[in-house]
Write a protein that binds this ligand. Structure first.
Ligand SMILES: NC(=O)C1=CN([C@@H]2O[C@H](COP(=O)(O)OP(=O)(O)OC[C@H]3O[C@@H](n4cnc5c(N)ncnc54)[C@H](OP(=O)(O)O)[C@@H]3O)[C@@H](O)[C@H]2O)[C@@H](O)CC1
Ligand SMILES: [K+]
Length: 517
């Protein structure tokens, strides 16, 4: 499903209005009708209900005026409040204001602090507040009376339905400059705005409903939107059907290089995840002294003892054995639990530069890349899976910059260094070298445990080794990882969720995707 910025949505609206000839008023009427319908469903019994419409001066407020009229037609008690003066409203909003005026429907103008604060009782007593204050047209910090009014709404016990996007949430980024309306439901028009999916915005949205307002599909198809929300349908489409006459050679040979003293768990989790997602043959290369432990822990994988330094960490010389093993393998995944030191740095940079097998680099592998330019020249796909802290070290920018502009930062990095980047977070963002972005919304706070990332590395490399292209492998891996965590949390709670549970619930997540058509 495509996600859009405010500007992209404006262009879709403009094209429909100016090039196709569907007037803005028609779109506004359709938008209002859809929200009115959602409100009627929300209220259930309409008798003696009182709804407060809070409208801004722009077209979001215009939607609010349409909603007022339609709810009154249904016999619902409505009070319409405009934050500002009627004369300052946008063109289409003004048309709808005039309609209300001719119908004798009162609209109260609020222009002072005192008038704003006096709304408290009205807001608290109502059955529902409709937030039609600010939509995709919001710019910068909230000005004027908005912060005060939004605080009153958030402090009131009354439920809120937001029109298009909760007021205060920035459509392009999900940033919340000051405060924003906390909605129980958000009815968004035509396409979800990025800000309703990314955090912190996503926290304010409640249940998100996307409704059709009569924008022709042809107008949407004409646009070159660069951002997709990963859906179950997309994953189902990308996940190949396994052939009945296949054998273990059909699903590739994976070499995982992972583990050091104290971190055999990372190696175990990555290996087991790669097997559980269907890799054909998996070999775990690990420091020699850890090999007996891992042989014991892993039944289905082969293990290979690699040269180590005294501390139970891979030695520089082990790179020769890794390269030899790789001759007969299709994909290399490297990083989980390796430890970050000069020897690991030497190994990783050497492999990035001198091997032409697809590589998945995670965790300590990411911490020791010495020259990002090596990535540019690689002859095979490279997937990097950093969290914001690891990416911050890689690009020498603060975590705050990454958190505030995750899409921009991920997009630039993937393009500049020719990698598929998986920027992990509450909404993991995948950026491709071609500039496409995929956002994942599965997963929960139970994933915030050491080891979850190792499972993801195993899943992505286990998919890649089966011959699935690198972008599809990351999309499928990231989505299933989150979905398995969601299904596990239903039984185990987010508190008790362990990374190994993600592996255990992977079959259920695969089944859910396959049946969810
Ligand atoms: N025809 C269409 O396009 C359709 C559009 N549709 C609807 O229109 C919405 C977009 O409408 P829009 O573009 O008019 O912007 P909108 O969100 O109402 O905000 C503008 C107002 O906000 C104000 N304002 C801005 N920032 C502020 C701040 N920080 N703090 C305080 N105030 C601030 C700004 O004030 P100004 O800067 O002018 O003083 C102006 O008054 C869209 O979300 C959807 O709901 C649907 O009806 C379908 C057809
Ligand atoms: K709104």
């Amino acid at each position: 499903m495509k996600l859009v910025t405010g500007a992209e949505m404006k262009e879709v609206d403009r094209y429909s209005i100016e090039e196709i000839g569907i007037s803005g008023l028609v779109l506004m009427e359709n938008a209002g009708k859809e929200v009115a319908q959602a409100i009627i469903e929300f209220l259930g019994d309409l008798k003696d209900k009182q709804v407060i419409i809070l409208a801004g001066k722009g077209n979001n407020g215009g939607d609010g005026f349409v909603i007022s009229r339609l709810l009154i037609e249904h016999g619902i008690g409505v009070k319409t409040i405009l934050l500002g003066k009627k004369e300052d409203t946008s063109e289409d909003a003004k048309v709808n204001l005039e309609i209300l005026d001719k119908l004798g429907i009162e609209v109260q103008e609020i222009i002072s602090k005192e008038e704003t604060l006096a709304l408290k009782g009205t807001l608290d007593k109502a059955d529902l507040i409709v937030d039609a204050l600010l939509g995709t047209g919001i710019k910068g910090e909230l000005r004027g009376l908005y912060p005060k009014l939004i605080t009153l709404v958030n402090n009131s016990p009354t439920s809120v339905i937001a029109v298009d996007i909760p007021s205060g949430v920035e459509a392009d980024t999900g940033r919340v400059a000051d405060i924003a309306i906390e909605a129980q439901e958000t009815i968004t028009f035509a396409l979800p705005k990025i800000g309703t999916i990314l955090y912190p915005g996503a926290d304010f949205v409640g249940d998100l409903k996307v409704v059709d307002i009569g924008i022709p599909q042809m107008v949407i198809d004409k646009q070159d939107f660069k951002i997709d929300l990963i859906t179950s349908e997309l994953v189902n489409k990308l996940l190949p059907i396994r052939a009945a006459d296949s054998h273990k050679g059909s699903y590739g040979k994976l070499l995982l290089v992972a583990g050091s003293t104290g971190m055999t768990g990372a190696a175990t989790l990555a290996t087991q995840a790669s097997l559980r997602i269907g890799a054909g043959l998996v070999t775990l290369g690990t420091p020699r002294s850890l090999n007996p432990i891992l042989e014991n822990k892993l039944t289905e994988a082969m293990t290979y003892p690699l040269g180590e330094s005294k501390e139970g960490v891979l030695s520089r010389e082990s790179v020769i054995e890794i390269k030899r093993l790789l001759n007969d393998r299709d994909v290399l995944a490297i990083g989980p639990g390796l430890t970050a030191n000069d020897e690991i740095s030497y190994i990783l940079n050497h492999l990035l530069e001198k091997t032409d097998k697809p590589m998945v680099v995670d965790a300590d592998g990411l911490n020791v890349i010495s020259d990002l330019n090596i990535l540019k020249g690689r002859g095979a796909p490279t997937i990097l899976t950093p969290h914001p802290g690891e990416l911050s070290r890689l690009i020498n920018k603060s975590i705050e910059i990454i958190r505030d502009n995750p899409i921009e930062v991920a997009k630039n990095f993937a393009r500049d260094y020719n990698v598929t980047l998986v920027l992990k977070g509450a909404r993991t963002i995948i950026a491709t070298p071609q500039g496409q972005i995929y956002i994942n919304h599965t997963g929960n706070s139970g994933l915030a445990t050491g080891g979850s990332g190792d499972v993801l590395t195993g899943l992505i490399s286990g998919l890649l080794v089966q011959g699935i292209d690198e972008v599809s492998a990351t999309i499928i891996g990231v989505y299933l990882h989150g979905l398995a965590a969601d299904l596990a949390a239903e039984d185990l709670t987010e508190y008790s969720l362990l990374p190994s549970d993600i592996i255990d619930y992977l079959p259920q997540s695969l089944k859910a995707v396959r049946s969810d058509k």
